[in-house]
Design a protein around this ligand. Structure first.
Ligand code: GRF
Length: 209
């Protein structure tokens, strides 16, 4: 079993930041040994930056131009420098709507994690809950995983399952999945803080406490 060490988290997000909120709540409740050192967004005025301000955390907008769908070039460099300047050791993607590239992954090896609103490897990509609904899946859920160079392909740390009801809308299913996300993300990060995760190929072995 590895050594317990408090995480120094940098959050990257583009939207509401409810997952970051669940991480802050878990830290405040003593369920997660971590500090959030900075919050970075590619969207000016994103709610996640407002949440950062509310918690007196540094919240930084970084202009992603000229790229539309990835974090690369100068913007990537700027993100890496900002994370380093805040002493970050763990990068948490929380609703970050861009592909991260090898530069960031090399700067934080095995230390970039993401949450995806589906049971990977099913339904990678956008609006995953809607994909599950349209496909007629009877269960859906969320996945916390290490990030690699693919789209939602990295080794899986934690998954949680929810039922799909026949009267579900995309919104009702997404809300049910998000409830589980808010538990799964802090839980996965706590396993990382406790040094209990070992990656062997595609598999993440969780060592007992
Ligand atoms: C979540 O559904 C997450 O799975 C996906 O983007 C959404 C972010 O929501 N990657 P929030 O910004 O954390 O509220």
């Amino acid at each position: 079993m590895g050594r317990m060490s408090k995480l120094c988290i940098g959050v990257l997000g583009s939207g509401s930041g409810s997952n970051m909120q669940s991480i802050l709540d878990a830290i405040a409740a003593g369920r997660l040994a971590a500090d959030v050192a900075c919050v970075i967004s590619d969207v000016p005025g994103a709610r996640i930056l407002e949440r950062a301000r509310t918690h007196q955390l540094p919240g930084v907008y970084i202009d992603p131009a000229p790229f539309k769908t990835k974090l690369d070039g100068m913007a990537e460099q700027c993100v890496i420098e900002t994370l380093r300047a805040h002493g970050v050791d763990t990068v948490v993607l929380a609703g970050f709507m861009r592909m991260v590239k090898p530069g960031l992954l090399r700067a934080f090896p095995q230390r970039v994690v993401n949450i995806h609103p589906a049971l990977l490897p099913a339904f990678p990509g956008m609006q995953a809950w809607e994909q599950a609904l349209k496909h007629g899946a009877k269960v859906a859920g969320c996945t916390v995983h290490f990030v690699d160079e693919g789209m939602d392909t990295g080794p899986i740390i934690v998954q949680r399952v929810v039922p799909v009801h026949c009267d579900d809308t995309a919104a009702s299913l997404h809300a049910r999945i998000q409830e589980q996300e808010h538990q799964a993300y802090p839980e996965a990060l706590q396993l990382l803080a406790e040094g209990r995760l070992r990656v062997e190929g595609r598999r993440v072995l969780v060592q007992s406490a």
